[in-house]
Write a protein of this length. Structure first.
Length: 115
């Protein structure tokens, strides 16, 4: 089992920035990919950004150039720096990790972009 603890969500004005962090513990010694998904009200959960253990990244088109994913393999943490936020970024953001063939999800952290 892997436990994920997220932090860093909150309320921010359009154009502002937030940084999300996620720490993995438990049977996390064989983590493959780490990343973030989000789910807005009434919408399906969607990929935001992922990073493999080797550093390969994948971003949703809607966040390219604004969001940056990073991870610390030694500490089993993954972060998401979100800049130039807009109201369409409002959602619950979920940390996710893949260990072997199993995907684990965090509890989610709310990000609200509003003036």
């Amino acid at each position: 089992q892997v436990q994920l603890v997220e932090s860093g969500g909150g309320l921010v004005q359009p154009g502002g920035s937030l940084r999300l962090s996620c720490a993995a513990s438990g049977s996390s010694s064989s983590i493959n990919a780490m990343g973030w998904y989000r789910q807005a009200p009434g919408k399906q959960r969607e990929l935001v950004a992922t990073m493999t253990g080797g550093g390969r990244t994948n971003y949703a088109d809607s966040v390219k150039g604004r969001f940056t994913i990073s991870r610390d393999n030694a500490k089993n943490t993954v972060s998401l720096q979100m800049n130039r936020l807009n109201v369409e970024d409002t959602a619950v953001y979920y940390c996710t990790v893949i260990v072997a063939v199993t995907t684990y999800w965090g509890q989610g952290t709310q990000v609200t972009v509003s003036s």
